[in-house]
Design a protein around this ligand. Structure first.
Ligand code: ZN
Length: 303
């Protein structure tokens, strides 16, 4: 299979590599200067970015599978979970970012229109949740362009940010982001705070809003019936971890970015921890809840 992986450019075994071989790999995509502002909007002490990766049916389709049982889990995301999430966001007057594969937007166009009309951000999340890091450069570029146009056509909002479906970059992803003039990416993990992405050592102007598996509900809640690994964690334990991550962000006057998946967090036993977390964060003063695009723009203008 042709591949766009960074490491495919190197030959020999890793222990035989010279600096000339591992150097370019390390520096292909790298965290550059910090974009953590000295203060957040209106004097807030912490910025909170809630994101929902609306994978829905593409969790199944991405693997070329057609199981109605698995697809129904995805349908639950749009049918039950998104309305619950919208209700919660509206109750606490919070805007969030929804990263949406283009195919999900085509299956659920009204969902994207309603979310956008309520002030939420619609960001890119692949075409069909494909593993972008395994595509050829041409394929990846074509899919990213088409995904942006599709999301814009449906939601009326032109996406300015990307979360790659595989939480990874190919050797071309950042080049394509720059060509598209994207404001930010939110797929990498080089820091707790926003930073500027470097490509081959060169500043790109693209803001990275870093994710982490610790701050991702899928790590704790996802289940594969055919796998021996079933990382199932009690919602109360997940809440404890998320609250501790928020507390740390408050102490460091930084960013708290949380990734959730509607079909995972939207269940009755779990949506309540999101409400408890929001109530906990709301009990603090100086918390700026904003979309990823708002935070990225703010960081770029204030550093
Ligand atoms: Zn996803």
């Amino acid at each position: 299979m042709s591949s766009n992986l960074v490491k495919s450019e190197s030959v020999g075994e890793p222990w035989q590599w010279s600096k000339k071989q591992w150097g370019p790999i390390v520096h292909k995509v790298r965290a550059g200067r910090s974009l953590k502002p000295t203060g957040w909007k209106d004097g807030a002490s912490v910025a909170v970015a809630l994101s929902f990766d609306s994978d829905h049916e593409t969790s199944t389709l991405r693997w070329g599978e057609s199981s109605p049982g698995k697809l129904s889990q995805g349908q639950y995301g749009g049918r039950v979970a998104i309305p619950r999430i919208r209700k919660l966001l509206s109750k606490y007057d919070i805007r969030a970012t929804f990263f949406v594969p283009a195919v999900v937007a085509e299956i659920h166009p009204d969902e994207q229109r309603e979310l956008a009309s309520e002030g939420n951000e619609i960001g890119m999340h692949g075409w069909i949740h494909e593993l972008n890091s395994k595509l050829t450069a041409e394929n990846e570029r074509d899919l990213m362009m088409r995904a942006r146009d599709t999301l814009e056509g449906i939601s009326g909002q032109r996406p300015v940010g990307l979360r790659t479906p595989s939480w990874d970059f190919s050797a071309s992803t950042l080049t394509i982001c720059r060509e598209m003039g994207l404001l930010y990416d939110s797929s990498l993990m080089g820091d707790d705070e926003p930073y500027e992405l470097l490509e081959d050592g060169e500043p790109t102007g693209v803001v990275e809003l870093p994710v982490e598996w610790i701050r991702d509900d899928a790590v704790y809640f996802n289940m594969d019936r055919f796998s021996a690994l079933r990382p199932y964690t009690a919602p109360s334990s997940v809440l404890e971890i998320f609250m501790a991550e928020f507390d740390g962000a408050v102490e460091e006057r930084g960013l708290f970015l949380l990734t959730m998946h509607p079909h995972l967090i939207g269940h009755r036993s779990r949506i309540r921890i999101l409400e408890e977390l929001i109530q906990y964060m709301r009990s603090h003063t100086g918390v700026w809840f904003a979309t990823h695009a708002e935070i990225a723009a703010y960081c770029k203008e204030n550093t």
